[in-house]
Structures are given as C-alpha cells and as structure tokens.
Design a binder for this molecule. Structure first.
Ligand code: PLP
Length: 396
C-alpha cells in the first residue's frame, strides 16, 4: 500500500503488488503500463506549480481558502449541500460511520469483495463488520441482498460503488429507512457516476470519497471527503476530523481524530475536478473497446464487464474468467499487465477472519476467484489500447 521509493510512487498502489515489474515497465516500450501517474502530472505540471506558489504565498497549510473552496466546488459538482475534506478515504469512512451510527447499535453491514476499506474503518470506529452477499451480475450490494442480511443490531449499511458502478440507490435507501438503519455510500471509485435521480453521494445519510492518486479524481498524495446528508451530520464530521473539538481545545465528541485535507492537495484537486467528466468518458470508451474485443471469446474464458452511460464512472476495467491465472499469464506475455481487485474476501484476510459469516456468500467468493483488472487510466494512449485489444483477441 505504501510506496517504497519515490520511483515506485510514479506507479502508485494499483497494481498493489508494484515492484520490480514496474521498473521494467518504465523502460520496455512494448509493455502497456497498468497505470502511469507521470502522464497526468506532466499534463498538469504548470497548473500544479502555480497552485503550489499560491498556497505558499497564502501562508496557510491546512484549513485555509483552498480547502474551503474545494469543499464548496466538490459539493456543487455533486449536487450536494456540503462536503467535508479529510485526510484519506479510509478516514472518511471511519468518520462517516461514527457520525451516522444510531444509538445502541454496533454492526456495519457491507460487502466483502471491495478491498476491506470498510472493514478497516469499522474496526477503527469501534464497531463490528458483517457481510452480505453481492449481486452476481453487478458485484455490488443490492436492496435484495441487504434485506436478506439485515438484523436488529445493524446500524449502518455501507454500499461500495465498486469499480465505479452506481446501483439502484433509492431502493437501498428505502430499505434502510424502513428499518432505522443509516446508509453510507462509499464513492471512492465512483466520483461522477450519476443517475437521473442523483449523483453518487446524494442517496445516503453520508457518502465518502478517496482522492488517492489513482482515483478518477486523484490528488498528488492522499485525500478524502465526506458528503454529509444533513447539516447535523456535517457538524459531527467536522468536529470528529479535528479532535472532536466543538471549539479550540474543547473536545465535545468522543472518537475524534486528526484528519485534515491539506491546502496543497485541495488546490491540486481544484485543478482536476473540472476534468473528471472527461476522464470518466475516456475510461468508458476504453472499456467499450475491451468489451468488443472479448465479444468473440468463450464467455468463461474472458468476459469484460461493460461500463456504459453516466451511472458508471469506470474506475477499473474488470473482466471475469474461470481460467484467471492462465489468462493473466497470456496477457502478461503479450505485454499487458493485469491485477486483481480484489483477490480475497475481507473475512478470508487474517485481520477480519473473526468476522467470517456462518453461511457462505457464493457470489462474493466467485467474484474474488474470477475478477481481473485490465490497464485503464485516462492518459492511456490509443496505440496502447490497441495492444490490449489484440492481446484479448488472441486469448486461447
Ligand atoms: C472502494 C474504496 N474505498 C475506500 C478506499 C480507501 O481510500 P484511501 O486509500 O484514500 O484511504 C479505497 C481506495 O483505496 C477504495 O477503493
């Protein structure tokens, strides 16, 4: 998760196993990069340097005018009333869960195929994660899978808009409201996804974002935000992100921490926010080419999940295969690196094994066994997309 050196920071965490293979990638022109942050940084270089100078000249490092402006601009983009900057997406989840957990409840229901970020945040918040199965087509929680798993001790449902897909959130919100359960949307992979009835982040009691560099809106470092559903929730999150303070050196809330989005990251994010819709369209267009390339193959060998229309932010290009290892090997030999998001359900990871469900979650397990991710970032060139397309077509 943590960049071991500045060289590897160029490639960031996705693929999470970035090591020597990435160094080869930088010199071997036949290889398509899985991701290359340098391209976006080069594009934005001048604007970033100007923004850096503006921050330095302002004399503010945290909670200054850049941060205030970014909170406003993010909320306006989402069609939300407010947004609260925090240090990371995981912090955003932790603070949102704390802010909306109803009195007397302690369980957070979520999906187990989404990278364990919610499990991490839930445990840090002092609550217990529980897992519902996902829909076998969308690989996300649905109203049906949530209803099947809800019990009286569940206080919060966290729905991850996995890979960028925004499901039928109004239905999910109705299920939660009927039972007095708070809904948190994890929008880390879904900024910009929207349905006619709202943007991702406007359906829950709270929503969370990550601005990790590889995200569709990425900082040059870490960052996150909470979109609160009411002014009261906004106030709680603002207090929780700063030691639980209701005023300086006067903590009102238990469970406060220090989680601020700094001025530089806020300034950089302001440069990129207006670009997100264009980035998302480019991502969708690339995925469409992969879908088309795989359409002639036996579906069990490779099926690429489509990402069509504004309800999909196309964060990752996901394919499924019953022969994943062989397929990854063939693609790798053709110069196309792949990754797996995510290989282990949360409850099969040692840190969360004590929360393993009694009954199996078949769609979750199958997804973790079958999914693989293909190269996808907005700066991927057409000639590189061609290489991926050719490699997909040549699979046997
Ligand atoms: C779905 C999801 N939720 C939460 C996070 C956590 O965000 P961060 O890495 O900023 O803590 C991530 C990203 O890494 C993510 O993909």
């Amino acid at each position: 998760m943590i960049c071991a050196s500045s060289l590897l920071c160029r490639r960031a965490r996705e693929p999470s196993t970035s090591t020597s293979a990435d160094r080869i990638q930088m010199t071997d022109t036949r290889r398509v990069p899985f991701n290359d942050l340098l391209r976006g940084m080069t594009r934005d270089r001048e604007a970033v340097l100007e923004a850096t100078a503006a921050v330095i000249d302002s004399g503010y490092a945290v909670l200054g005018s850049q941060h205030a402006a970014f909170e406003k601009e993010l909320a306006a983009y989402l069609g939300a009333a407010d947004a609260v900057g925090v240090a990371t997406g995981t912090d955003a989840l932790e603070l949102a869960i704390k802010a909306v957990m109803p009195e007397g409840r302690s369980v957070v229901l979520t999906a187990a195929n989404a990278g364990a970020y919610t499990s991490t945040a839930t445990v840090r918040a002092g609550f217990t994660p529980r897992y519902a199965d996902v829909d076998p087509q969308t690989l996300c929680l649905s109203a049906k899978t949530i209803v099947e798993a809800l019990s009286d001790d569940v206080g919060v449902v966290v729905v991850t808009h996995l890979y960028g897909f925004l499901g039928e959130l109004a239905e999910i919100r109705a299920v939660c409201d009927e039972r007095g359960v708070s809904l948190v949307e994890d929008c880390a992979q879904a900024i910009g996804a929207a349905r006619p009835d709202g943007h991702a982040s406007t359906f829950g009691h709270a929503a969370t974002f990550s601005f990790y560099p590889t995200k569709n809106l990425g900082a040059i470092g870490d960052g996150g935000a909470v979109v609160p559903g009411t002014p009261e929730i906004a106030e709680r999150v603002r207090q929780l992100r700063q030691y639980g303070w209701q005023g300086k050196y006067n903590a009102a809330l238990v469970g406060g921490t220090n989680s601020r989005l700094d001025e530089l990251q806020a300034a950089f994010l302001r440069i990129r926010l207006p670009l997100v819709d264009g980035f998302n369209q480019r991502r969708r267009d690339i995925i469409s080419r992969y879908v088309e390339a795989a359409s002639g193959l036996e579906p069990s060998l490779l099926t690429v999940l489509p990402a069509v229309g504004s309800a999909h932010a196309a964060h990752l290009a996901i394919a499924r295969s019953t022969r994943r290892d062989e397929v990854r090997e063939q693609l790798g030999a053709a110069g196309v690196p792949t990754d797996v998001h995510f290989p282990l359900p949360d409850y099969e990871q040692p840190a969360f094994a004590r929360f393993a469900p009694q009954a199996s979650l078949p769609a979750t397990s199958e997804a973790c066994r079958q999914v693989l991710s293909l190269p996808l970032f907005p700066e991927l060139r057409d000639d590189e997309v061609d290489v991926v397309v050719e490699a997909i077509r040549s699979l046997r």
